[in-house]
Structures are given as C-alpha cells and as structure tokens.
Design a binder for this molecule. Sequence first.
Ligand code: NAD
Length: 480
Amino acid sequence: MNIKNYINGEFVNPVSNNWLDNYNPSNGEVYSQIPNSSTEDVAKAYQSAAEALPKWSNSTLEERSRILIKISELLESNLERFAMAESKDNGKPLSLAKQIDIPRAASNFRFFGNAITQFASESHESVGLNAVNFTLRQPIGVVGCISPWNLPLYLFTWKIAPAIAAGNCVVAKPSEVTPMTAYLLGEILNEAGLPKGVLNIVHGLGTTTGQAIIEHPNIKAISFTGGTETGAHIARVAAPKFKKLSLELGGKNPNIIFADCDYENMLATTVRSSFANQGQICLCGSRIFVEEAIFEKFKKDFVQKVKQLQVGHPSDENTNIGALVSKSHLEKVENYVKIAEDDGGKILCGGLEVTIEGFENGYYMQPTIIEITTNDCRINQEEVFGPVVTIMSFKTDKEALQLANNVKYGLSATLWTNNLNRTMQFSQQLQTGIVWVNTWMLRDLRTPFGGAKASGVGREGGFEALRFFTEAKNVCIKYN
Ligand code: NAD
C-alpha cells in the first residue's frame, strides 16, 4: 500500500513520484511505501497552509475547541484501528499502543481544545503615567512540526494540537520510520471538519523533507522532537532565519534509589521506567544509581524481575517487550552493549538478540542490565535509547547528586526516597527539566515539559505550548 501526503485536505502523491520502503519491525518485511517528499511538496504544503491562515487565525476559540474535541472523539472511537497500525509500524506491544499511545494522542487534542478557551494574556496598568498595557497573543502564522519514531502519534499530536488551537496553520512531518498513524490521521481531520489547509502532513526523510521545512523562509517557527545532533543542526539552520524554536531532544536520565524508599513500588516502577516501549522513551531512566545499603538486594531482585519480562511479537497479549524500531537501531543498541563490556561493564542479564518463532527476521532483543563502577564510561554518557540500563552503587547524597548531574543531558530524573529534606534538595539541584519523586512518567498535561542542557531548549505542555505557538505583542494605550 502507498501512504500519501495530506495537503489541502486531500491525499496526494509526491510530486517526484519517489517512494521509500516502510518496514514492519516485528518481521523485518516491507509492508508499505511512503512519499519521499521534496522541496516542491513542502512548498505546496506551505502554500495550502498560507491560504488557510487568514480564516483559521480569525476563527472563534469555540470553533477551534469544537473541532479539536471532535478529532479527539474520533481517535477514541477508532482506537483499535490506530493502535494496531501504531504497533505494526513501530514494533511496540499492541497493549501499550492501546493503553498509552492512542489514548494520549486523543487527550492531546482534547486538552488543547479545552486549554485554548482558558488561555489568557496579561495587562499592566502603568499607574501614574495614565497608560494601560495589554498583551495580544497572536498566532505566529505557518509553523513546522517535526516528530520522532518512538511515540509516533503521541508526539506528533503533542505539537500539532497546540499549534492549531492557537490559530496557526501547520506543515508537519512525522518520522519516516513510523509514518502510518500520521497518515491515518488525515481521514479523521476531514471527518472532524478541520478546514482544508489548516494542517498539512508531508512524509519523507529528515535530510530532504525535514530540511525543506526548516529552511522554508516563511515557516516562522519549528517545534522539533528528536535527537540532540539533529536539534543542533536545526538550530544552526533556523537561527540566521530568526525562526522561533522549541527543541525537545535526547536524554540519559538518572534513576536514584535510596534505601528509605517504598521498595516494592520502586522495584515495579523501575522495571517499567527501564524497559517500557523497549526502552525507547526519552524519559526512560537508563542510569540507575542505588544506595550501597540496598545495592546487592536490589541487584538480585531487579535481575530476577527483568528476566521474567516476555520478549515477543507485538500483538501477542503476553508480550512485555516488542520489537525495536529498525534493524539499524537494533545494531546500534547491540553495539553499545559491546562498548559497555569493553569498558569493563558486567552484563547481569540480557545482551542478546531474540528469535521469535515465525518472525525470525524481526528486530528483537533481550532486556539488558549492565553493572558498572564508573559513570564516565560511554554507556553512561551517551544515549542508547533501547532496552539497556546500567546499575551502580553510591554511598552519600552528595555522590548521588554528582553522578546524576555528571552528564551532558538534562531531560528528567527519578528519585526514590521518603525523606522530605532530601526530596527538596535533589529537586532543587538536579539539572533536569523534570523531576519525578516516588513515581515515573506520571503526566499532567498542564505542566511544563522539556529538558535542560543538551536535552533541549524551551518548554511545551499546557500554556507553555500555547505561549510558544503565539507571538506576544504589547499594546500601550495612553489616556488623558
Ligand atoms: P531524529 O533526530 O533522527 O529524527 C527526528 C525527526 O527529525 C524525524 O522526523 C526526522 O526525519 C527529522 N529530521 C532528521 N534530520 C532532519 C533535518 N536535517 N531537518 C529536519 N528534520 C530532520 O530522532 P529519532 O531517531 O527519530 O528519535 C529518537 C530521538 O528523539 C532520541 O534522541 C530521543 O531521546 C529523542 N526524543 C526526545 C523526546 C523529548 O521530549 N525530549 C521525546 C521523544 C524522543
């Protein structure tokens, strides 16, 4: 089958008629083709967005809200179909796509459909000067949204929903590795009555289609989620063109475990925060630091639990760990296991590919735990983004904090303790955009989301996203 671009409310072939293969990671087979879109396709998408802009940016908040909530409802009523498509395209367990990915994509539209009706701007009375200032929050215009493959529809919609809620028109590109659900979304947009051209979806490689979006002179803002190197490249291209940028990038997140924590809750959550979605979540806690007093016990219990995780076909109900997203990614992750071993790491479990009967060419790998003794090794400094975690012990609070912060990334951190003072000290001193205490990935969509250091620039989520997707204009009125 052929996936098509969605431009001006219609499904169209790429101008060049060039196509790319799309793989099913569970069996390694090509199962569809996607447009290898060029600058011309992006230009058409831009044109359509620009034509839709005057009307959409002047639509009432009620109208935008109604359409966004309708999209959300249609996603919910198509949950099964979308979840199956996501699981097939990405390799993630079907159960995960049903419970997390698609419901969250629906929530993104519902949340921003509601949020836009509550979004307000400030006013400042200049007392003694006979003047009043107020802030207009106007749509930016045509904006670009570019997303990665790990949570395909979840992250695609996390950008698109606030962008259109704020009155912008959009040229969006999902990852070429997982294009399917973004393609299916087009049908829903039409059914929900989103006016033609408000959202245009172009498919293709980052280096061609993505590059055409970031270089486009009239696409005025880019919201990007993906790797740190790509983010740096986008910043270099966009900065001289003065584009507004939101960059959500890689992570190498610490999971810091103290002896005074609620042990069973910590253990169960740590299994999830290590290996959910095959460890391919930017928020996974891939560096586990454990207080010395419970290190040996934790090591034994954690390895035992992880060995019970079932690697299997994504649609098998018993599967905990599905397929990795691509062959090249599987090879990258395996290579990191070798690097860790060469650097003195000790593999406590996993480390190998898994062959699933009937799906011998799929990209499966065992969940892997590596014990290390120094945080400076490559496995603890570079993002692996797969089912691989390291564990290491620490003695003091000071040492734990140093270990956690001694990395170029700063997306999220998880802390396990029941000590209030420690909680506050770590919350203040961890160099990350998000700190979870005694939980992981508990998300409230109103909260600011994003990373510090090499994990990104800017925050999305809640009103932060609506602020990003609007231009603030101060109006100062003098009166007598
Ligand atoms: P990637 O950077 O390779 O690609 C992300 C997107 O950017 C894709 O759509 C790709 O086609 C596009 N792209 C690539 N080169 C481009 C260019 N020159 N111009 C414009 N677009 C370009 O990342 P990936 O491998 O798809 O995703 C994995 C990465 O994403 C990991 O580093 C992970 O940590 C990160 N991530 C971050 C968050 C977050 O919220 N911070 C969330 C999920 C994933």
